[in-house]
Design a protein around this ligand. Structure first.
Ligand code: NAI
Length: 812
């Protein structure tokens, strides 16, 4: 049977475009349209015809939009959660009322099929606004102690234009932020339609502002000083630029970047379902999907059977005009993307892989590319490693489940994965081993507003959707209030000069610590005292006290200048050794039960309690805070260890209520090796407050203690040694904080870096982290570490974990 064409009408869409004079659009700022400025064409990729002209946002436009958002902020944030819920509900309703118009405009603008925009994109957009109307309603109770971040700059790509807008705008508004959004230059139209409809629906002026333009406009938004957070979806390359540009600015950042997601098929899988899964994984949206299952990994015995079936299915895929309701695949978004796909496919052929395409031809008008299958692909080849972002599937084979995991993780990305097997045991064994933020079992490309989406590794950080996503748009009340940023937060810049000095390669006179001065003052009349035993300052790496690589030491002084001890001067090599130790420790520690981790944390608390007075004396000697305050610091440190012992087996994930027959299991997973640069103040409590949550959640750590007051941490070596902490779970490298933190931030095998210190250090860490897009938690805001509201709790646990959503459909 042949399908005839079944075109959807574009009349209403054309009427809407024509309602803007000469199909020209300005920006939507402060509730009104600006006059079109310098404009560029918006092209229908299926015909190469011009649909409209939109304005290229320049500095005055971004300035005006950010100013409008800033002005609207107090009112929007001050509105009750219920008030914001009503607005979000209105948006959801309006999207449903205009759903066909949105679907058609989206298809025309992007080239994707009307079947997808009508049945997937737009319903999900509405769902997102409904779901987040709910979070707005519950905001005061479910996010008690948190407030909105402020003005949010949002930059989105062209592959799901309206859906990405919804993923960004809905949570931002629910949490009480105001927004300046820049759609992608290829696909700005549904964002403009949304702006118009939002205005008509009564969203207050300035709460949602849309500025169109290319990367230059995006750059202006990223760099604007009054923007408090940037949320970005797009290429890893631009993500890296944004990471560097926002480094040290205090802007909160979430990045949803590229992927090269594995689609793993075991030999007991239902192959007919697999074939349909592959169609959804890589030919949905012409493969222009960040989480596309673009690497098909097949168990050897069934590989030939599966590729034969796939070829037969590909032969039947229908490619054509996006508004035709009977087509499977539409057009590629733009000539530049088409060229990129062609170039990479040619590269694959040149590299020796076998390329196969169906026998039928693509339409000649517009930008179309056929579904493409590569076999005989080397895991290290270009097409197996880079994101093609087109309908191109590469196939590789494996023999054992172990090999499948190794192959799946052989990528710098970590966005998503699909696992196909009839054995739930195998599926649930493999899912946690795959480094990816979303795992679909016997399914693929499932999304829902209730379930977080986002990546591991170079696929970015932060989640969109559900409660997980809401955290990206809030900040704790009270933290950072009154701080001005530059150089305020940390005592180390001052401490450097007065409390600690770097002494190159010598041990000083006698180097006997506290008695140094006393001995020097000996005048010959008093009887000689027995000298203190000369202690060699060490680092703590791999469970052992080790000498610093260069043999240098750093003196630690009391506030009055008296020398009270020495610590090792760690360097790049020491950090590298520590990271290596942490990595091997993590292999076991990351899998240890919460119960075991709890026991060890309780035990550390117990052992610290046994030496509480000694630790209090040391805190007082270094900081001069007085005995009472120092004892308090130790007591709170013990309590904090108990807090994280308590949490170790209780920081549960969630079972998301997704609208399928099945569940999405949101698992909190450790991140891996976390580098921690402690604040200068509260030498013991600052250290414990950061190390305890990190290890409680199953991470291994490399810790740079307080730079001026490092002795509390070095005294702690022996507490760790006597508390059954496995070697390498906590590694401590004393020395120059910022220099060491930079090494951590640049290190490829460190998965996250926390930095508490001065603004310059924050910038340095954030910038350096762009190397492998590691997660950072870097802040110059001072905290009251003694106060449990600022010094412990869920904020720390969230930073110590990443969420993996595992979708498990069930039933026949
Ligand atoms: P892109 O990352 O350049 O563009 C995404 C958005 O960022 C657009 O709105 C763009 O205007 C903006 N932008 C570009 N440069 C910027 C800058 N310096 N500062 C701020 N904003 C900036 O992606 P593009 O060029 O559209 O596609 C290139 C490749 O990126 C694709 O071939 C694909 O591999 C990948 N990609 C991945 C996406 C994903 O969802 N992971 C989405 C889009 C593209």
């Amino acid at each position: 049977m042949e399908y005839g064409p079944a075109p959807e009408s574009d009349a209403e869409a054309r009427r809407w475009l024509a309602s803007h004079r000469e199909q020209q659009f300005g920006h939507f700022i402060d509730g009104i349209w600006s006059r079109p400025g310098k404009t560029f064409d918006v092209i229908d990729p299926s015909t190469a015809g011009v649909l409209a002209r939109v304005s290229q946002g320049a500095k005055p436009d971004i300035d005006a939009a950010v100013a409008a958002a800033k002005q609207a902020l107090p009112g929007w944030k001050g509105l009750s959660g219920h008030g914001r819920a009503r607005h979000l509900y209105a948006l959801a309703r309006e999207i449903q009322k205009h759903s066909r118009l949105f679907a058609v405009v989206e298809s025309m603008d992007n080239g994707k099929s009307i079947r997808e925009t009508r049945d997937l994109d737009i319903p999900l957009v509405a769902r997102h606004f409904y779901h987040h109307a709910g979070w707005a309603q519950l905001f005061e109770s479910e996010f008690a102690g948190y407030t909105s971040v402020g003005v949010v700059g949002q930059i989105i790509p062209w592959n799901f234009p309206l859906l990405m807008l919804a993923w960004k705008v809905a949570p931002a508004l629910a949490a009480g932020n105001t927004v300046v959004l820049k759609p992608a230059e290829f696909t700005p139209l549904t964002a403009l339609l949304f702006a118009e409809i939002a205005g008509e629906a009564g969203i207050p002026a300035g709460v949602v502002n849309i500025v169109t333009g290319d990367g230059e406009t995006g750059k202006l938004l990223v760099e604007h000083p009054d923007v408090d957070k940037i949320a970005f979806t797009g290429s890893t390359e631009v993500g890296r630029i944004i990471r560097r540009a926002t480094a040290g600015s205090g802007k909160k950042l979430s990045l949803e970047l590229g992927g090269k997601s594995p689609f793993i098929v075991y030999d007991d899988a239902d192959l007919d379902s697999v074939v349909e899964g592959v169609v959804d994984a890589i030919w949905f949206n012409q493969g222009q999907v960040c989480c596309a299952g673009s690497r098909l990994l097949v168990q050897e015995g069934i590989a030939d059977r599966l590729t034969t079936k796939l070829r037969a299915r590909m032969e039947k895929l229908r490619i054509g005009q996006p508004l035709d309701k009977a087509i499977d695949m539409g057009a590629i978004v733009a000539p530049v993307q088409l060229d990129r796909i062609r170039g990479l496919v040619q590269r694959g052929v040149d590299e020796g892989a076998t390329m196969w395409q169906p026998s039928w031809a693509c339409p000649t008008e517009g930008y179309f590319y056929p579904p493409t299958l590569f076999t005989d692909v080397q895991p290290s080849s270009m097409i197996a490693q880079v994101e093609i972002f087109g309908p191109v599937l590469v196939t590789m084979t494996f023999r054992t489940p172990e090999e499948s995991v190794a192959l799946a993780n052989n990528t710098p990305f970590g966005l998503a994965a699909s696992i196909w097997t009839e054995s739930i045991n195998l599926a649930l064994d493999i899912a946690p081993k795959i480094k990816a933020g979303v795992v679909w079992i016997n399914s693929t490309n499932l999304f829902d507003a209730s379930s977080g989406f986002g990546g591991y590794r170079e696929s970015g950080f932060g989640r969109e959707g559900g409660r997980e996503g809401m955290w990206e748009y809030v900040k704790p009340v009270g933290v950072g209030i009154g701080d001005s940023g530059l150089g305020t937060g940390d005592a180390s810049s001052r401490g450097n000069a007065t409390h600690a000095t770097w002494e190159s390669g010598h041990l000083g006179r006698g180097a006997s610590g506290p008695n140094d001065r006393a001995n020097a003052a000996h005048d010959g009349r008093r009887p000689l005292r027995v000298p203190a035993i000369n202690r060699t300052p060490k680092l703590f790496i791999g469970g052992k006290q080790t000498r610093p690589d260069q043999g240098h030491v750093r003196r630690v002084h009391a506030p009055n200048g008296a020398l009270i001890g020495e610590v090792g001067e760690g360097n790049r090599k020491d950090i590298r050794n520590a990271v290596e130790a942490a990595h091997s420790a993590w292999k076991g520690w990351g899998k240890a039960t919460g119960h075991l981790r709890a026991q060890i944390l309780f035990y550390i608390g117990e052992n610290l309690a046994a030496r509480a007075e000694e630790f209090a004396r040391r805190v007082d000697a270094q900081t001069g805070c007085g005995e009472i305050e120092a004892s308090r610091e130790v007591d709170v440190s013990i309590s904090r260890l108990f807090t994280y012992a308590a949490w170790a087996d209780k920081y549960d994930g969630a079972v998301h209520n997704v609208p399928i027959r099945g569940v999405a299991l949101a698992m909190n997973e450790p991140i891996g090796v976390v580098g921690i640069a402690c604040p200068s103040e509260r030498p013991l409590l600052g250290f414990i407050s950061l190390v305890a949550p990190a290890i409680a959640m199953g991470n291994a750590t490399v810790v740079i203690p307080s730079e001026p007051h490092a002795l509390s941490a070095t005294d702690f070596y022996s507490v760790l040694e006597t508390s059954d902490v496995p070697a390498g779970v906590v590694n401590i490298v004393t020395g120059a904080k910022d220099a060491l933190a930079r090494v951590l931030a640049e290190h490829d095998d460190v998965e996250a870096v926390w930095y508490f210190g001065a603004a310059a250090g924050v910038k340095l860490v954030e910038e350096a982290s762009a190397v492998n897009m590691k997660r950072t938690w870097a802040t110059w805001h001072r905290r009251d570490w003694l106060d449990a509201r600022h010094g412990e709790g869920r904020e720390f646990l969230r930073e110590a974990t990443q969420v993996k959503n595992i979708w498990v459909p069930y039933g026949e």
